[in-house]
Design a protein around this ligand. Structure first.
Ligand SMILES: *Cc1c(COP(=O)(O)O)cnc(C)c1O
Length: 347
């Protein structure tokens, strides 16, 4: 195993700072029946008059059981987007450090790089949408703190090959973030259990896609305990609100429903792929390991506008690298997909 010195990766200022200590941090016995006169809250109970648990203990316990990982390897955020931002702020020195992203991919990585004044080295995926490992390693230097691998990748829909992932894990010296927002739809296994073996590996998951809770904003980051401790130090104390914690717990307790929905979405995906194959102006349907399909059409703008005219909103990804004339279609319910197909056939 390669040696891992987190102190070499964390920003100096972050390394030196103390975390803000909130009232609920100082007082640990959050669940005891006590009189709380410490946080200037309104004492009249309405279910939400108290600050939420800053460490989200119940939720982490549930996730730890579900995912078979220690609680000190988990940090939760207001969506994955907040966790991505925390990573930049913990590890990337503005106007000095760099990250590597692999377009076409999720847009937030480059937005956050810009926002945090961090150079974004873009290494375009190969024509088969696989990472170009040699170029990535060549582009890496001592300023390169994070490599973002989105697998299954948005918007292309494919999971990266295990060979490529393993080569990167073996040879990339900074932190590797595998964004697994779509892992629950994938035929490939999560890399979560590899955080044991690779101390620089970070796994990002979310309740926004397969779990059907985009509205509550809950992102989950798994990594070794040292990385989690750094992120815990700089996160806003009450970043995951009480309603979100409650709703997430409830959903995870009904995990069988989540699995059922995933199964239906996957069945619909296969049906939709077969059906889209019969549409003449669809030139290519890319393999999907996610809950959306990327298709190449004759004229993306025209087909996008036509669908919108008929009341169906999809995503035109044409302006992204390697995605000329490509549309991204999310798998809907059986009824929605039937309607989509009907309209496509009528164009
Ligand atoms: C949708 C998506 C997310 C989810 O972000 P949240 O802030 O958790 O809703 C993360 N990464 C990728 C690649 C996505 O497509």
């Amino acid at each position: 195993m390669r040696t891992f010195d987190i102190n070499k990766l964390v920003r100096k200022k972050v390394l030196a700072m103390q975390s803000y200590s909130s009232a609920r941090d100082e007082f640990k016995d959050f669940y005891k029946d006590l009189i709380f006169l410490d946080a200037n809250e309104n004492p009249f109970e309405n279910g939400l008059n108290r600050y939420p648990d800053p460490k989200q203990k119940s939720l982490k316990k549930k996730l730890s059981e579900l995912k078979n990982i220690r609680e000190n390897q988990i940090i939760l955020g207001n969506g994955s987007d907040e966790l991505l931002d925390l990573l930049f702020r913990a590890f990337c020195e503005p106007n000095r450090d760099s990250v590597i992203t692999l377009p076409p991919t999720y847009g937030m990585y480059s937005v956050l790089a810009n926002l945090n004044a961090v150079e974004n080295k873009e290494i375009v995926l190969q024509n088969d949408f696989e990472p170009n490992v040699d170029l990535i390693l060549k582009a890496t230097d001592e300023t390169t703190k994070i490599l973002f691998l989105c697998s299954p990748n948005n918007p292309t829909g494919n999971s990266f090959s295990e060979d490529n992932m393993e080569r990167l894990l073996a040879d990339f010296s900074g932190l590797i973030v595998i964004d697994e927002a779509y892992i629950d739809f994938s035929s490939k296994e999560s890399w979560l259990q590899k955080t044991e073996q690779f101390p620089n590996l970070i796994i990002l998951q979310t309740l926004s896609k397969a779990y059907g809770l985009a509205g509550i904003r809950l992102g989950i980051l798994y990594a070794n305990a040292q990385i989690i401790a750094v992120l815990d130090k700089i996160k806003p104390p009450y970043n995951v609100n009480k309603l979100t914690q409650e709703k997430a717990l409830e959903r995870i307790e009904n995990y069988d429903v989540v699995l059922e929905e995933i199964k239906m979405i996957l069945t619909e995906r296969e049906k939709l792929i077969a059906d889209l194959n019969t549409i003449a102006f669809i030139e290519k349907i890319y393999n999907s390991d996610a809950n959306f399909i990327l298709v190449k059409v004759d004229d993306a703008k025209k087909r996008y506008d036509q669908l919108l005219e008929k009341g169906i909103v999809i995503r035109n990804r044409s302006n992204q690298e390697l995605c000329g004339n490509c549309l991204r279609i999310t798998i809907g319910t059986e009824k929605e997909n039937r309607k989509l197909l009907e309209i496509l056939k009528s164009l």
